[in-house]
Write a protein that binds this ligand. Structure first.
Ligand code: FAD
Length: 318
């Protein structure tokens, strides 16, 4: 298997295409997801990211009529999906590995599974807060920040396990981390956010994937600031085509981002979500053309399991 940074190096400045997918809800058919992304294989993604989802506490009525809170992982299967992706599409899978909901030992076991599967890339993240809690709380014995998980993976790359008495054949994971052109919502300032991002790179991360953005200027400013801070690794832009009017508020709330006025004005002229989807495609094409002219290493699309609008964009720019 090939490292993401090696794909970028081999492309010699040519922009690559890649996607992120989300595991289906528990119990759903995996083939539906795989079939839905099959049309995107035309654009030859060298790698496909698969998100990881923590357990959520949900209320359930117990047999005695009382309400009990039980942990449920609504979207399990990240590691299995990676195996299926590699087998069916001959792409490299990039599983996301998160701090939230895992002890360090549980994380170590996941990483060993990935190593045995021949997976050489991981995107290392803190993870979203548990929805009912609102703020991020680590599991007892787990990591609080992505930087700590970067260190754990980097240690495994040096053959060091948590229990130092157990020897391990060194892994060789290429480590990606997240970056936020519009600042991470928990960060007290841009300055601290860049300092924490830099720390992840110093501890062993090899590249950055950004949160989605709709204004390329935010990405350009982000890359310039990274370079000024001495962060020299590739910065892969994360992109999502807008597809419904509601997303203007939903995505802004969840991901703490601003939509350019020009895009909002275009959406407001639309009579239906079908029209919004077309606006999203046209905006995406312009965004991608400008990013390619800037020389981005990869255009990385958050597909959320839907491929038609990403296909329309990719067909115009690749
Ligand atoms: P961190 O790098 O740990 O940063 C989190 C916050 O803490 C930031 O505000 C940072 O400035 C601050 N911080 C960092 N270190 C310190 C420190 N030492 N002291 C004080 N403050 C500090 N979530 C999922 O659950 N599953 C996924 O699969 C997933 N995939 C994602 C993919 C991408 C490309 C992106 C951009 C996000 C993804 N997320 C995913 C969401 C992500 O987990 C959340 O945004 C999370 O809130 C932060 O993750 P992080 O890795 O950036 O955290």
């Amino acid at each position: 298997m090939t490292k993401v940074t090696e794909f970028i190096r081999r492309a010699e400045g040519k922009t690559l295409f890649s996607i992120e997918i989300i595991p289906p809800l528990k119990g759903q058919n995996i083939n539906e997801l795989l079939n839905s992304i099959e049309p995107l294989m035309e654009f030859k993604p060298p790698f496909v990211d698969v998100t990881y989802h923590r357990e959520e506490l949900i209320d359930r009525v117990a047999s005695d009529g009382t309400i009990e809170r039980i942990p449920i992982r609504k979207r399990p299967g990240t590691v299995g999906i990676c195996a299926r992706l590699m087998e069916r599409f001959h792409v490299d899978a990039v599983p996301h590995v998160i701090c939230g909901g895992f002890t360090k030992d549980e994380t170590e076991d996941v990483l060993i599974d990935l190593y045995y599967l021949g997976i050489d890339n991981v995107l290392v993240l803190r993870g979203d807060p548990e929805k009912s809690a609102g703020i991020f709380k680590p599991k007892a014995g787990g990591h609080t920040y992505a930087s700590e998980l970067v260190t754990q993976v980097d240690n495994m790359n040096k053959g060091i396990l948590l229990n130092a008495e157990t020897e391990m054949h060194a892994t060789d994971f290429c480590i990606g981390v997240a970056g936020y052109p519009e600042k991470h919502f928990d960060a007290t300032s841009f300055d601290t956010d860049y300092a924490h991002l830099k720390r992840k790179i110093e501890l062993g991360a090899n590249y950055i994937v950004t949160q989605m953005f709709f204004d390329n200027q935010k990405y350009f400013q982000f890359v310039e600031r990274c370079r000024a801070e001495g962060i020299t690794v590739p910065v892969i832009p994360g992109l999502k085509p807008l597809s419904t009017r509601k997303q203007l508020s939903v995505l802004a709330d969840i991901f703490h981002l601003e939509f350019p006025k020009e895009l909002v004005d275009e959406v407001n002229k639309c009579a239906s979500d079908k029209d919004v989807r077309q606006v999203g495609v046209e905006w995406g094409i312009q965004q991608c053309k400008e990013l390619m002219a800037y020389g981005v290493p990869v255009l990385h699309f958050y597909t959320m399991g839907k491929s038609d609008n990403v296909s329309q964009i990719a067909r115009q720019v690749f």
